[in-house]
Design a protein around this ligand. Structure first.
Ligand SMILES: [Zn+2]
Length: 97
């Protein structure tokens, strides 16, 4: 499938809380159901959620796992577009030290 038509799965990079610092948003906490994946563009480690992982596993050639920064760049290239949310956010928080 052409890259522009693939569904972007925007995942928080591991340093998401550093990026969000001072922006007044609650810190991101991955849940026990999150696992690590790599951004397709910059290879940074990202937290992929269970629904995103399922979507990527079901349709690897129709999806694009990107960190949030690359996802924003990709979205600009595409001239905007819709960012969907797969739901979730209700998992048990993982303890991160
Ligand atoms: Zn990236």
């Amino acid at each position: 499938m052409e890259r522009e038509k693939r569904i972007m799965l925007a995942c928080p990079p591991m340093n998401i809380n550093e990026l969000l610092e001072g922006m007044g948003v609650p810190p991101f906490t991955p849940t026990v159901d999150h696992s690590l994946a790599k951004c397709a563009d910059c290879s940074t480690d990202v937290w992929i959620g269970p629904r995103q992982r399922e979507a990527a596993g079901r349709a690897p050639r129709a999806t694009l796992v990107l960190c949030m920064e690359c996802a924003i760049v990709e979205q600009h290239k595409r001239g905007g577009g819709i960012v969907g949310h797969l739901g979730g956010g209700d998992g048990r928080p993982r303890l991160v030290r």
